[in-house]
Design a protein around this ligand. Structure first.
Ligand code: 4FN
Length: 225
């Protein structure tokens, strides 16, 4: 059983993964738990603010230490060993390998940034690991947290069905081979002959070759030295 706690200003966004798909099935099978925490509940004022102006001036607002620390403290009361991960552009890039590593943890707390992000003292004192999903601007850490939860959950034993796990094509670090389904011909486009041959060894060899060719052509960077 793997447990995710998520600290966010937008807990409702997480119904996108809680209600549908692989993660939802993992929850139904009691292999995963996702708990969201509304950061505003840990505000210390009646307006429920959790942000303030940046020291040194400049645009935007910064998420304050106090509400985040109070929320983490509450989460750690039940799960003292939970690793705190801050989703941020400064983080270590999320890869297949890192997803596997994170899936070995029993309990993970994901901190989602908004505005200009969190006060640096949270990162220094409270965060165990910073993770980034890629180099582009996004408006909040929530989508990144959902990407992480999805990619990590797939590696929790039992979450994927047998069929899905067999098709974990990235296991060899290469791009997938092309896929075809019925009909055999559509608008003059044919399914490659070998896939209809019933000769499994030939099919496997063809797919391996297609994977390698596609990776060399489209993603040279994925080819191991
Ligand atoms: N993003 C860049 C440079 C400067 C700012 C950003 C940016 C959300 C709170 C962070 C972004 C990307 C990948 C979280 C981006 C991620 C975020 C992520 C993220 C609101 C502050 C912010 C150089 C990457 C283009 C906004 C680069 N993975 N700031 O997006 O949280 O996890």
């Amino acid at each position: 059983m793997m447990r995710f706690d998520v600290i966010t200003l937008f807990p409702d966004m997480f119904c996108a993964i809680k209600d549908e798909g692989v993660v939802a099935r993992g929850i139904k099978k009691s292999l995963l738990e996702i708990h969201t925490w509304q950061l505003r509940d840990y505000s210390d004022n009646k307006y429920r603010n959790v942000d303030d102006k940046p020291y040194g001036g400049g645009a935007g607002m910064v998420m304050q230490v106090k509400p985040i620390r109070s929320c983490i403290e509450q989460i750690k009361q039940k799960n003292p060993s939970s690793k705190i991960i801050y989703l941020s552009p400064q983080g270590q890039k999320l890869t297949h390998q890192l997803a596997i590593e994170i899936s070995k943890l029993e309990s993970v707390t994901l901190l989602c940034g908004r505005y200009e992000g969190v006060d640096e003292r949270v990162i220094e004192h409270d965060v165990d690991l910073e993770v980034s999903i890629g180099d582009y601007v996004i408006s909040g850490g929530e989508l990144a947290a959902m990407v992480l939860i999805d990619s990590v959950s797939r590696h929790v034993p039992g979450v994927l069905g047998n069929v899905e796990s067999l098709n974990d094509s990235f296991a060899n670090g290469l791009l997938d081979y092309p896929h075809y389904t019925r009909p055999e011909i559509i608008d003059g486009q044919q399914v490659p002959e070998v896939l209809l041959s019933g000769h499994q060894a030939n099919i496997d060899a063809w797919r391996e070759d297609q994977s390698l060719k596609s990776t060399k052509k489209k993603r040279q960077d994925l080819i191991k030295k």
